[in-house]
Write a protein that binds this ligand. Sequence first.
Ligand code: HEC
Ligand code: HEC
Length: 248
Amino acid sequence: MSARKKNILSAVVASMVVIGSLPARASIFDDPSNLRILAEDISAAELRTTMRSFAEGTGSRCSACHVGKIEADLSSYDFALDEKEKKLKAREMIKLVRNINEQIATAFADTGQPLVEVTCATCHRGQEKPEMIEDILQRSVESDGLDAAIAQYRDLRERYHGSYTFDFSERVLMRLAEFYGVNGDYDAALGFIDLNLEFFPRSSRTYVLRAQVLAETDDIAGARRDYERALELEPESAWIKQQLAELD
Ligand code: HEC
Ligand code: HEC
């Protein structure tokens, strides 16, 4: 099987996990009676694809926007009802996506290249609200403290690592640590740095960052130890050598 076919297959399997199995006959999509934004004469197949992309893109089940029980058969849902706030918000979002794509089409008409189409997934990446992990953690520090934020990072990593929802690369916790370091909250800075070293134990840049924070707190011995570790990982770095020399 080609790689491409495998990708399509796994996308279909993933979609079944999110939205549950759809009935073999696409009957629920046949006679929409309350489309305000989508074309009223949309085909059942296209409406089905559109709804799947809404559900997958925003990591939601049909019942997030439609009236019906998660565990119940979709044929018992009343999709035409406008009772859920999220459905109303989703209507605004359909308009937003259209506007964005129109603006892109206008702005890039002269390139003669195929246009990139923005979809729900472009922003949402499988989340109900498209948030960046650093913003979530920062809020968590403010409301519940550093330990809670660290526990939350572990939990999110457990659940989302390998998905497209959050970035778990080396830079993210460093950016957070830099933010707290600059603002003088050295406990938070060191907390996120230690967490990063747990997942990236060979990150010389994280050791350098910890050395900088420790130097700010006048822990010169600690700073030296971390610059030395960074240098072991990156022996060619003239810059780290210079930082070490400047400590003396
Ligand atoms: C993020 C919100 C959202 C999710 C999730 C969602 N929908 Fe929808 N759905 C909408 C909106 C908004 C409309 C109305 C669009 C319009 O007014 O043009 C709609 C319309 C429909 C309609 C047409 C109803 C009618 O009679 O007018 C059907 C059928 C439908 N959705 C099925 C589904 C199914 C099945 C799922 C799960 C796979 C799903 N939807 C997931 C937001 C959502
Ligand atoms: C350009 C980026 C962007 C795109 C594209 C986008 N959204 Fe959103 N959406 C957002 C942002 C940002 C929020 C959060 C607003 C807030 O609460 O601050 C949001 C919120 C929502 C919410 C409310 C979530 C909640 O829990 O309150 C729904 C529902 C939603 N979007 C559905 C959609 C659907 C369906 C699509 C595709 C048709 C879509 N969005 C496309 C940026 C986007």
